[in-house]
Ligand binder design. Structure first.
Ligand code: SF4
Length: 310
């Protein structure tokens, strides 16, 4: 049983990814309204050894010495990994002891304005920072930052990081209708992206319930429209967004098939994948929706977590 590593889990962007949690739930410099981990309980920019370096590297060694190599080791998890003051040491440990393994860092990017923090992660292979807002008004409404953070500094940190970092930077822009999808914000985001010059831009939207209620994902058409407006090469829509026209029928089919299956017997995710031939990301999305709607529930059994009708 591990406390600080999880997976490996299949990831749309990283293949089989072994996750490393460097902060507890939920320590972050932002409190994004769409956060699937929930509300930020410690909103801070203060760095410390939130989880102990020694314990993290012990778990990593235990796993990596006895299991097939994952495609990536990814610092992600319950909050902002750059808040852990030993992130550079954990990265160094991996690179010294498992030099063939690739390391990715999922970060909100707000701490990259600090040149010492940028220096700590130069050994990473891939960094996936976020930028959802290019004006303080939207930054405050959507990302609800710690009070000292300003969007200009955030953008400048990303520009500086791009100049110094030799690996790939995949900039994630999370589109949330009613928050950052209006023309003025998209136009400001476009300017910021051109200044940052990431390797890729990934447009994403809501896939699971967020930290607050009443949020809606952008449709495929909205994301396509924003992609055209941003007009930056290497921009991909990575969201599992559906066409507004096709969404309903498609969802109803899959949902009823899942409900029918688990009405006969509780099933784990691997059971459902085998029975329904669904990709795990897609399956997770339906399970999340059915759970949020109160139609299904979970319980632990010998083979792990089982889904059953409520
Ligand atoms: S930065 Fe990431 S972890 Fe932090 S609140 Fe936003 S979505 Fe959640």
């Amino acid at each position: 049983m591990f406390n600080y590593i999880f997976g490996p889990v299949p990831s749309r962007r990283l293949g089989m990814s072994l996750g490393v949690d460097l902060v507890p739930r939920k320590v972050c410099s932002l409190d994004c309204v769409y956060c699937e981990v929930g509300i930020t309980t410690k909103l801070t920019t203060e760095r410390m050894e939130y989880v102990p370096y020694e314990k993290v590297v012990k778990e990593l060694s235990e796993y990596l010495d006895h299991s097939p190599a994952p495609d990536f080791i990814t610092f992600s998890g319950y909050g902002e990994p750059l808040l852990n003051s030993r992130i550079g040491d954990v990265l160094k440990f991996i690179k010294e002891n498992y030099p063939r393994l690739k390391v990715a860092i999922l970060t909100n990017g707000t701490l990259l304005s600090d040149k010492n923090i940028r220096a700590e992660i130069m050994q990473a292979d891939l960094v996936l920072p976020s930028i959802d807002a290019a004006t303080d008004k939207v930054f405050k409404k959507l990302n609800r930052p710690e009070k000292h953070l300003k969007v200009k500094k955030h953008i400048q940190g990303l520009i500086d990081f791009r100049k110094e970092f030799k690996g790939e930077i995949c900039l994630e822009v999370f589109i949330l209708p009613g928050y950052n999808d209006h023309n003025e914000e998209v136009s400001e985001l476009k300017k910021a992206i051109r200044e940052i010059q990431p390797t890729f831009v990934h447009l994403n939207t809501l896939d699971r319930p967020g930290a607050i209620e009443g949020l809606h994902p952008a449709t495929k058409e909205q994301l396509e429209d924003i992609k055209n407006k941003i007009d930056f090469e290497n921009t991909l829509i990575v969201a599992a967004a559906h066409s507004s026209k096709k969404n309903k029928a498609y969802r109803a089919d899959k949902e009823s098939a899942i409900l029918e299956t688990i009405s006969r017997r509780p099933c784990t995710i691997p059971d459902l994948r085998n029975i329904m031939s669904l990709h795990i990301n897609e399956l997770n999305k339906y399970l999340d929706i059915l759970e949020a709607e109160g139609k299904i529930t979970t319980e632990f059994g010998e083979r792990g977590m089982f889904y059953r009708l409520k």
